[in-house]
Design a protein around this ligand. Structure first.
Ligand code: SF4
Length: 301
């Protein structure tokens, strides 16, 4: 009932549209109460403690509450590719990924479907789902949304994209990003506590905060690292990503219409090391290849 209410007056993300999605109304994310996904399959390109050697059981949800001009997944986040499915079908998909030996269930861009996802996790657990659940988000989640996930999510994989909101407004078309994201992450860390790994090094519980560096934003990226490390120390992992590629509408923004410079990425890594960050992940050169973007062709849907 509480979950249904979240869709009747939708404030799942900080767009706070307050629309009744059960009556078919839509807000910024263009989603009604019908679940929509574009791919459910094993995925190798997450952090090693998430992908392991068998892959992460990744479910890509259609739509997004952000509107990033450089989004590499724009055909599902902004152009509505995907297929509507029932909550029961989502439970079945989780179990199919478990049968394929996924290390975990990885929910990608899930914010606008949280009430339905909670029901699907409950259903799947009743039918035998035992895998950890990963919540992989832009972090533009209202804190109540994250609170509702307590007991259903084991690992949080939140982005912290920008420190200065002027970049969030310009490149992701979103207001009050840092304040919203930092509060959401605080609640995630409260829920999971320190990271826990199994004897094979796979994460079972914890928070990995991702930051994808954009060209020309080294100063802002350093602020993001400062914030995370000063607040959480080694209680979280930081994943510094260099996979930025000027997709989608980036050509309209000359300053980011280029690849990230190696010098800047190395500079950020050194900055983090000098600060004392020990729990981190970095990406190798070449991670910005298109081959890392899976086909959104309704596989596994
Ligand atoms: S999820 Fe966010 S963008 Fe979508 S309707 Fe709800 S408040 Fe609006």
């Amino acid at each position: 009932m509480k979950n249904e209410f979240m869709l009747k007056n939708c404030r799942l993300c900080a767009r706070n549209c307050s629309v009744n999605r059960i009556e078919g109304k839509t807000g910024f994310c263009r989603s009604t109460d019908k679940l929509k996904i574009a791919r459910a399959a094993l995925h190798q390109w997450e952090e090693p403690c998430i992908s392991g050697n068998r892959g992460s059981g990744t479910v890509f949800f259609t739509s997004c509450s952000l509107d990033c001009v450089f989004c590499q997944n724009h055909c599902i986040s902004q152009e509505n590719s995907g297929r509507e499915i029932s909550i029961k079908r989502l439970s079945e998909i989780f179990l199919e990924l478990q049968d394929q030996k996924a290390h975990n269930i990885n929910l990608v861009t899930p914010t606008h479907f949280v009430p339905q996802i909670i029901e699907a996790i409950k259903g799947a657990r009743d039918m035998g789902l035992t895998l950890p659940v990963v919540y992989n988000t832009s972090s533009y989640d209202n804190i109540e949304t994250i609170r509702a996930l307590e007991g259903y999510v084991d690992i949080y994989l939140p982005d912290l994209k920008y420190y200065n909101d002027k970049y969030a407004i310009k490149y992701s078309k979103v207001k009050n990003y840092f304040n919203t994201a930092s509060k959401a992450i605080e609640e995630m860390v409260r829920q999971t506590g320190k990271p826990v790994f199994d004897d094979k090094g796979m994460m079972k519980k914890g928070v990995i905060i991702r930051h994808m560096m954009l060209p020309g934003l080294l100063f802002d990226s350093k602020k993001v690292i400062d914030y995370i490390y000063n607040k959480y120390g080694d209680k979280v992992y930081i994943s510094l990503m260099n996979q930025y590629t000027p997709y989608n509408k980036a050509s309209q923004y000359p300053e980011i219409n280029k690849k990230l410079s190696k010098k800047h990425y190395d500079g950020l890594i050194n900055y983090a090391l000098e600060l004392g960050v020990k729990n981190g992940f970095i990406q190798e050169e070449g991670t910005c290849s298109e081959s890392f973007i899976p086909p959104f062709d309704n596989t596994g849907v």
